[in-house]
Design a protein around this ligand. Structure first.
Ligand code: C2O
Ligand code: CU
Length: 543
């Protein structure tokens, strides 16, 4: 395995989109930022230099960081912000990840402009478990706002209101030809007839799941969240913020230009902007043939199209994947039931526009970010930073889709962590409620991939629903779509000691407190315990 070194210089640069020029905090002056491209099992050092005006952190989404949460990055969870004029080097040791992941800022909404691809090619002695592509192409889906990302959420939180929806969506920084601004550019992917392309699709949008398609071309899904899946063909995919999907496309036309396009999927009453954003899949030396009326995208609220797609995803039993290791019923020794809600809370700051503010919660606890990172507090036994009493024991089952009166009365704030022992076999059920606008939630866990073993509508029924689980070939992923007014079940072995953030990957919701922390205690040996911190960890302001 090789060792790679990257330098990230993070500073403000000007970008013009929608005929409007704005200043964005970006890495190495580019939006999206630079691509990391390494092989399975390599080690990557990234030296992050803050040349901007405020502190932030960077997270390597989907990289497990075995025994080394110190390099994971979420602000006030595993480190304090990298302050302007300082730098911090992450040491990222890859293990079984294979395919596409990404990196992004993990402070307020800064990830809107600070993000890029993290590509993990097969190890030198390994091949793809599918026809070798002639080329690959990274496709990053983004939300564009005319206003500064950090300013948007700072203002919305102060006023207690919902932040605005995106002004546009982008593909690799291009807004395409549907927004009506002549200076906007369109993403163009040039292809040769008969060749095979591997698309590495990353949903970096702030608050929107997205459908993606290419007119007149079949998509072959081969991986999700850096684990191979059983190959299947489809006309479109649905990808949640945080998720990554590897998709083969055979260029089986002879000439012409074909639209690629994205449109948000939403089953929430709080609708995002329904823009279709275009790119072009163009055969060498040919033009013409673009026809917007042919773009085969499902409608924004097409829940069946979304479910039809995600229900086809299965673990692939190939030598390049980790050996499948789903905890069996008899293994499970930690059961966690977590209800997801958007709600409101009292607002009593002078900027509030009314006496209640938007909030979000897990088990009706809205997460409050501490002022010293939880990892350091845990490691050094600093008290008063967080509590270890989450979620409720024994589990409380409410009627999440119906009468929520009892649930509402439990509302509160806290910095509460789930603590499990090293090696515990964990089952986690995420129950999405009808509180608030009642949509779906892409829930992401740091430090792990987990097996997504079940999904259903309505209230989770502990007596009946476990019999529907797929324990044979469940997908191994790091971000799961929790359906509106339904549930998903996850299983994994807690074999990575550390402090791991878990949150909704809609930034709107995580900013409102839809998050918690999973602490995995050390095992009994050095190999099953956390590494000590590097001496270079950023200092927490005021300590
Ligand atoms: Cu994509 Cu907490 O991360
Ligand atoms: Cu959410």
């Amino acid at each position: 395995a090789d060792v790679h070194y990257y330098e990230f210089f993070v500073r403000e640069s000007n970008f013009t989109k929608l005929c409007n020029t704005t200043t964005l905090l970006v890495v190495n002056d580019s939006y999206p930022g630079p691509e990391i491209r390494v092989h399975k099992g390599d080690t990557v050092f990234v030296n992050v230099h803050n040349q901007g005006n405020y502190g932030f952190t960077i997270h390597w989404h989907g990289v497990k960081q075995p025994r080394n949460p110190w390099s994971d990055g979420p602000e006030y969870i595993t480190q304090c912000p990298i302050q302007p004029g300082t730098n911090f080097t992450h040491e990222i040791i890859l293990s079984d990840e294979i395919g596409t992941l990404w990196w992004h800022a993990h402070s307020d909404w800064t990830r809107g402009s600070v993000h890029g691809a993290f590509i993990i090619l097969p190890a030198e002695n390994e091949t793809y478990p599918f026809p070798t592509p002639n080329a690959d192409q990274t496709i990053i889906l983004q939300s564009w706002y005319n206003e500064d990302y950090k300013q948007i959420i700072d203002d919305a939180l102060a006023a207690g209101v919902a932040p605005p929806t995106a002004d546009a969506y982008a593909i690799n920084g291009h807004l395409g030809d549907t927004y009506g601004c002549p200076s906007d550019t369109i993403f163009l992917m040039e292809v040769d007839s008969e060749k095979i392309y591997l698309l590495r699709i990353i949903n970096a949008a702030m608050n929107e799941e997205q459908f993606f398609t290419i007119t007149n071309h079949t998509l072959i899904v081969v991986a999700q969240d850096a684990s191979y899946v059983r190959m299947f063909t489809t006309d479109y995919i649905m990808i949640s913020p945080g998720q990554t999907m590897d998709v083969l496309v055979i260029a089986n036309q002879n000439v012409g230009q074909y639209y690629m396009a994205i449109r948000p999927f939403s089953d929430s009453a709080a609708q995002p902007s329904e823009f279709i954003t275009t790119g072009v899949f163009q055969y060498t030396n040919s033009e013409g043939g673009l026809n917007a009326s042919l773009i085969p995208l499902p409608a924004m609220n097409d829940t069946d199209a979304m479910l039809n797609f995600i229900s086809q995803i299965r673990y692939a039993n190939v030598s390049q994947n980790p050996t499948i290791n789903v905890p069996a019923d008899t293994d499970i020794n930690r059961r966690l039931y977590i209800a997801i809600a958007t709600n409101t809370m009292p607002c009593n700051t002078s900027e509030c526009v009314s006496d209640s503010r938007f909030a979000a919660s897990l088990n009706n606890v809205s997460f409050v970010s501490p002022r010293i990172d939880i990892l350091q507090a845990y490691y050094r036994n600093i008290t008063g930073v967080f509590t270890q009493d989450f979620p409720f024991t024994p589990p409380v089952f409410y009627d999440f889709t119906g009468n929520l009166t009892d649930f509402n009365t439990e509302a509160g704030e806290g910095t509460r962590a789930i603590v499990v022992n090293y090696g515990d076999a964990v089952e986690m059920v995420l129950q999405t409620t009808q509180l608030g606008a009642g949509g779906s939630h892409p829930i992401h866990l740091h430090g792990f991939s987990f097996y997504w073993v079940g999904i259903g509508t309505g209230n989770f029924n502990n007596e009946i629903d476990p019999s529907t689980y797929n324990l044979v070939d469940p997908p191994l992923i790091n971000t799961v779509h929790s359906p509106a007014a339904g549930w998903v079940a996850l299983r994994f072995f807690a074999n990575n000691p550390g402090v791991w953030y878990m949150h909704c990957h809609f930034e709107r919701h995580s900013s409102w407190g839809m998050s918690t922390v999973l602490i995995v205690r050390n095992g009994t040996t050095t190999e099953t315990s956390m590494r000590p911190p590097p001496s270079t960890m950023p200092r927490c302001p005021g300590t």
